[in-house]
Design a binder for this molecule. Sequence first.
Ligand SMILES: [Cu+2]
Length: 304
Amino acid sequence: MGEHTHKTGEWMASYRYGFMKMDGNRDGTDDLTNAEVLADFMVAPLDMTMEMHMFGLMYGVTDRLTMMGMGSYVRKSMNHVTRMNKKFEIESEGPGDMKLLGLFTIYDSGKNENSHRLGDKIHLNLGVSFPTGDTDKRADTPAGEDQKLPYPMQIGSGTYDPLLALTWVRKYSDWSMGFQSDCVLRFWENDEDYRLGNEYGATAWVAKNLNDYASLSLRIHGKIRDEIEGRDEELNPNMVPTARGNLSSRKNVKGFAGLNLYKPKGAFSSNRLAVEIGWPLYQYLDGPQLKSGYSFTIGWQFSI
Ligand SMILES: [Cu+2]
């Protein structure tokens, strides 16, 4: 997200579809059986899918400042099993948190056409995530009708969250590499009397141009998420692990492989189609929590 900037007056619109699967429970790095989870809770989560439709708009105010806005529509679904071996599914969906960012170029080496190494760029992202996503989703469960859904089934954070990132990109004539570290900070409690944990991420990638129309990329991404502070009083922490704020911190490392297809830049516009698949390499969960599984995104970018 926000790994590139634009030149003065340049617009870019993007749409991305993301799919994430979580499957099975874990505590630390140990996998848990359903019976082990049900020894402490009335209900055990089995698996979860999350789908996101993401819409983005970027505009180059100057060569050194790009503005970026993002919106999303999120759909979540989680399967559960009870101590009585009854299985049930919970779904929630709605608009996600909207984000507004400024991307400031703080270093630009310029383009050296005479060298194999074309140049380096560093930019700083500063922004805010707005609480447009719901934190009070409800559904019918075996515990009763119209029950408040646990933390991972809510759509937004419910708080104004500062966003910060630093990106470095180095370009060679037929390949490129980059590094980005980012964080989402949560200082304030939402209307439900809790706040989600801070998130700290770092990602490094290499991309190789195959020809003028295609490139391949490999990426590694590490992320630390702190636990939820405070408590939604409507949730029963003995019912299901997802209703416990102190069972929400996690450390993840994932690998990604991507393919980008370009329509070479015409006089007025350019198009890019990107597909990326991800898979977990390492995860330490303060559990029981559901394990991250595979994920993929498919996205289209159009710029003028
Ligand atoms: Cu862009």
